[in-house]
Design a protein. Sequence first.
Length: 414
Amino acid sequence: MTENPASATYAQRIAFVCEIASRLHSYGTTAQRLEAAVAALSQRLGLDCEPWSNPTGLILSFNDPSRPLGASDTTRVIRLAPGENDLHKLSEADRIAEDVVAGRMSVAEGHTALRSLDRKPSARWRAMQVLASGLASGAVAGLWRLPWLDIATAGLIGLLIGLLGHVIARRPQMKEASDALSALLAGFVAILVANFIAPLNLNTVIIASLIVLLPGMALTNSVNELTSQHLVSGVARFAGAMATILKLTVGSLIAVTLAELVGLYPEVRASRPQPEWVEWSSMVLAAYAFAVLFKAHRRDYPWVMAAAFAGYGISRFAGEAWGAPVGIFLSALVLTAAGNAFARWANRPGALIRVPGILMLVPGSASLRGLMTLVQQQDVGVGQSAVLGVTNIVMALIAGLLFGNLVVSARKNL
């Protein structure tokens, strides 16, 4: 038996749309996709809605088209923290919205189902997040073919950062400084290893260990929003990404300064001796770690891992043949088109393919490396080279995203 969703009260329909919009925002949806999804859902529920999204909130203006103009105007202002990718909950929210629109679930039941997504995470889930943080850092160091000691150090630091993140989550007063504290921890542990065990590729190890905190996806999304004329959201998200990079740089440089004050001068080397099999083995481990960190459901791990592997592989081989920007462009194009095709075929969010695939291309590590080198060497030329490198990556990414949507148009906004 199906139920007409438009038969729910006006207030119930508004409450349901607000709940969906808040959750899409919390699960890391960009402004243009969120606004399009909310407008489409509202229309199917018999509402007119004008959404306005930015990284820290939503404004939703509703009216009932069946009533006289101005008689039912309602506005909701919702303050929210910047979202984080949660592929499982995003997929579940999309499924619930589809069920409500199709009449398989009433609006009230849909609202209750959305609230049920807020279950307290289990101890096993929290442990998996910590372990995945360490695995991701070590795997990225392996992708860069660093020596075994560097890989082990990056993995250890990533594990410590995961533990620190759970400690900070219980102390909200520490949240603003969490990125700087994580970078301080990463820098200090790397310096201790380089002093008392063996030389390291110091900056590279620090960057690999911080990989889960780098705002590369936020930086890419911000430029994507700007190109789609969501100017306020794009500028705000870009500023937030740059603030995160600054905090990570400050934390790592404080660690270096404190080490010098106590007489620790780490030995630094530039060595990448690993064979090719280490790189590809690390890619498999990195894909698994990011599937866990993106909170995908276990049944979606193959999709998420395959997307991450494809994104890296295409950019790697095409980059060797035609240059890095071309490789990134082709990879972003293929992954965007594949995500849209997956959404059409499976009737599920294309983000399950698009987000993990593009993650392997984002310019977060290049941004942090450039800023750290600029501050350490006090050389404007180095800074300009870093900015140019990041700009090339972002331009190639955005071009791939735009043309990927042209190759296979999106059926679902998510």
